[in-house]
Design a protein around this ligand. Structure first.
Ligand code: NAD
Length: 492
């Protein structure tokens, strides 16, 4: 039995009924999403703490506040965003009305990763709901506690619906969910009927690669994927079978050029803050530093100073440093500590999945730490001789999601900006872009395609339909375009 078929059919019926199109319905869904965040703030923070040992402060600033900001912005601007955009006409259409009509795609699939398990699931959802779509949400199976809250509590706020998969192992989370919960199906033989209301426009699908693969066999009208380039290719291949348009928000290695002309402590503070935020498990972090050997020598004590101020003499006991998501990623990161030479940190504790904020030097370009996305609290420094070599190093690699340049010289920052490509760019700053819904987030080349946040999300989840409305009368005016044509050869 296909566990998704019934739910997807009902979602399609809901969309066809026109339920999701009116602005009032969209606004009601967005308000309900806001209520979900407000009513369950503590539960959500607990879930993030269980998944990533995220501090309450990090949960607030990088997850909840950002989602709430997106909801508020969408609610304030919904009618303006939905409005038809007038287009200019030409000689033969001058009496017609030309405009771009933003309409929902229909049934949208959102697949999310585990590193900001709320933000990267719900910020796209805001855009999809604002644009009037029916949505299947597929949170990451690795951030299990957050996945559970999304599956069990969120559908009580939004238009009802949930896909419950058979053969799902028991969820180990100890989160006490609010009364009225529906348990996930625990055993192999259990295949509960998904509780989907007759006019459902929203569902949460649960599962890992295998289940997501089966989900992707179905036809969706739009797929929004956030995750690794490897899985992005799988998603795009599946989407191509139905010619489904996709947004791919992917990752990669983000270079960070540090110029000789800089204040090392200022650079160290900013690089360390962004590198170790969320324990380095952020898609837009500075993944590695490129600088001269002289700047490296000035940077190392400054980085040590910043790390000690942020996380204390013993970062393991700091409440502000999280843990690695699972054993597999912990072992992968511990392997990366063997690359180059440890200049700062380097300690790890398997029992807690703890990796200390680490800086590596004497790193070779061919070592794994410079070949794969690090996604953990490890910062390698590669030496280059000046700006030209740094730009050449960056341009010989895949186009990154984010690129950073630190220098006292605005000319140097501008040169890095002008001579490279990346999804986002930061001059003397980390990834504060993500707090601005006025800036799009999206990769280029290997780091993805498409963009979202704020109005960019609404546009991503809306089909821009070109409309030309003509009067049913005034037929005489059309005579000039009908055959027989005049002899153009004589006219040319
Ligand atoms: P991932 O690609 O392993 O998984 C992402 C999602 O895809 C999950 O929901 C997972 O269940 C599903 N999935 C995994 N394997 C699958 C398969 N074979 N078939 C179908 N679905 C499958 O990524 P991750 O480990 O969850 O997240 C880390 C990656 O995401 C990093 O590369 C990071 O840079 C990237 N990322 C990008 C952004 C961005 O905004 N561009 C944000 C966060 C993370």
């Amino acid at each position: 039995m296909d566990p998704f078929e019934d739910t997807l059919r009902r979602l399609r019926e809901a969309f066809s009924s026109g339920l999701t199109r009116p602005a009032e319905f969209r606004a009601a869904q967005l308000k309900a999403l806001g209520c979900f965040l407000r009513d369950n703030r503590q539960l959500l923070q607990q879930a993030l703490e269980q998944d990533l040992r995220k501090s309450a402060a990090e949960s607030e600033i990088s997850e909840i506040v950002i989602i709430q900001g997106e909801i508020d912005l969408a609610l304030r601007n919904l009618r303006a965003w939905m409005k038809d955009e007038k287009a200019s006409t030409n000689l033969v259409t001058q009496l017609d009305s030309a405009f771009i009509h933003k309409e929902p795609f229909g049934l949208v699939l959102i697949i999310a990763p585990w590193n900001y398990p709320l933000n990267l699931t719900l910020v796209p959802l805001v855009g999809a709901l604002a644009a009037g779509n029916c949505v299947v949400l597929k949170p990451s199976e690795l951030s299990q506690s957050t996945e559970r809250v999304l599956a069990e509590v969120l559908p009580r706020y939004l238009d009802q619906g949930r896909v419950a998969l058979p053969r799902r192992p028991p969820c180990p989370t100890s989160l006490p969910l609010p009364a009225g919960e529906v348990q996930l199906s625990p055993g192999p033989a259990v295949s509960p009927e998904p509780p989907v209301a007759s006019q459902s426009c929203f569902a949460v699908a649960l599962g890992g690669p295998e289940e997501t693969g089966r989900l992707l066999e179905h036809k969706f009208d739009y797929i929004f994927f956030t995750g690794s380039p490897r899985v992005g290719k799988i998603v795009m291949a599946a989407a191509s079978k139905h010619l489904t348009p996709v947004t791919l928000e992917l990752g990669g290695k983000n270079p960070c050029y540090v110029d000789d002309d800089c204040d090392p402590q200022t650079v160290a503070n900013r690089v360390a803050f962004f590198r170790y935020f969320n324990t380095g498990q952020t898609c837009v972090v500075p993944d590695y530093v490129l600088c001269s050997p002289e700047t490296q020598e000035r940077l190392l004590p400054a980085l040590q100073n910043a790390i000690t101020r942020f996380y204390g003499e013993d970062p393991k006991s700091s409440p502000n440093l999280g843990r690695i998501i699972n054993e597999k990623h912990f072992q992968r990161l511990r392997g990366l500590l063997d690359c180059g030479r440890v200049a700062i940190g380097g300690q790890s504790d398997e029992s807690e999945r703890y990796i200390a904020p680490t800086v590596l030097v004497d790193v070779q370009d061919t070592e794994p730490v410079m070949q794969e996305e690090i996604f953990g609290p490890i910062l390698p420094i590669m030496n280059v001789r000046g700006l030209d070599e740094a730009i050449d190093f960056i341009n010989r690699r895949e186009k990154p999601l984010a690129l950073y340049a630190f220098s006292n010289s605005s000319q140097v920052v501008k040169q890095v900006l002008d001579r490279t490509n990346s999804g986002i760019f930061g001059g003397n700053k980390g990834f504060m872009h993500l707090t601005l819904p006025t800036l799009p987030l999206g990769g280029v080349g290997n780091s993805g395609m498409g963009r979202y946040h704020g109005k960019f999300s609404f546009d991503t989840f809306s089909h821009h339909r070109a409309c030309l409305l003509c009067s049913a009368g005034l037929e005489k005016l059309n005579q000039i375009i009908y055959p027989p044509y005049p002899d153009w050869k004589k006219k040319l």
